[in-house]
Write a protein that binds this ligand. Sequence first.
Ligand SMILES: [Zn+2]
Length: 378
Amino acid sequence: MRVCLFLLIILSWCCLVTALSFGNDFNGSIPSILGLTNFAYPTASSNIDFGYADGVVNTDYHQPWPLVKMYKASVHLIRYCYADQASRDALYCSFPAAENLWRDALGGRPGKETGYNLHLAQAWAAGGIQFCYAEGTYDSKTAQGTWNWKLHDKQDTLVVAYRPVDEKGNMPATSASLGYTLESALLPWQNPQARHYMQISNKDDKVRIAHELGHVFGLLHEHQRSDRDVVIEYRPENIAGYAEALAAAINDNVPEAEARQKLRDDVSFCQKYNFRGSAYVKNADQPAPIMGDPTQGPLDFDFESLMIYPSDAQTDTAACRADISHCPIVRRAGTGTDGKPKFEYIAAKGKPSAKDAEFVRKHYAWRDEDLGQRRKRS
Ligand SMILES: [Zn+2]
């Protein structure tokens, strides 16, 4: 039995993926394909991109995915299941296509030459390929269902769920869990099932799915680095929904200056007022091992990362494109001849960057000793 055949079974799917729309389709915004420029707010039950969320890595709660014994070899394995048949039907092309974007960035399949050992494989059990939830129990509005107990010994399986636009035109937030969480690290009231998840709203956007995969691998948002202010100017008031969040906070008797400061710097405050600026708050506990060497400072900042938002995300895209002062984040570009600071747009990305790939090689490195006896065969 060849390990690689088993591991790479999902890659046998061949699909044509529709042209991507990317740029302003982050986190619960209305897709540009609908021709709308105004945003619908995420529903109260949904949340904003959790990827950066609890921010600390190399703890029990956020780790790289562990090595799993497969026959004689050890591999970093992300076993995944589609939430239900509808999720599979929606994502069976774009999810592997997103994986392929990573594969291309890494120079090919996992192996000695490419230097990484990270595999994705669809979960199966007696009866074949398994969905995450028992038939007819998954509700895409709440992303909840009854766990499929054929997967009982695989509770760390990544749930890949499709959450389409609802009847009111609201697009549920696209989000993903960060890295791997040990079952032993869960709090008593947390279920081990579905602790690893990707919730996808725009089913054809393989680039966005690849961004979420970056979170699943353990990557945070580049623009949330604690040193980002050196190279980026952040203007939270340009994010859609700022005025409403500010008004709601003031209505709750929060002084205006304090509300403005917290809408910039406080994740839970942003979330309390359903403000998407939470995905821009600087991560004070920037975990150096997963984010790069902090001694390199902003020189190490990766503007090519798939994990940085483009300037026109989360805002009135047309206004931002017409006038850079309307964008939430812009790149600092020195000083003009008039003595004023200059800024540049941060472009949308279409693939993981070289440094994103480096991150994968760092935490999922290929090591000959993980091969076991297979290394003697060829
Ligand atoms: Zn993200």
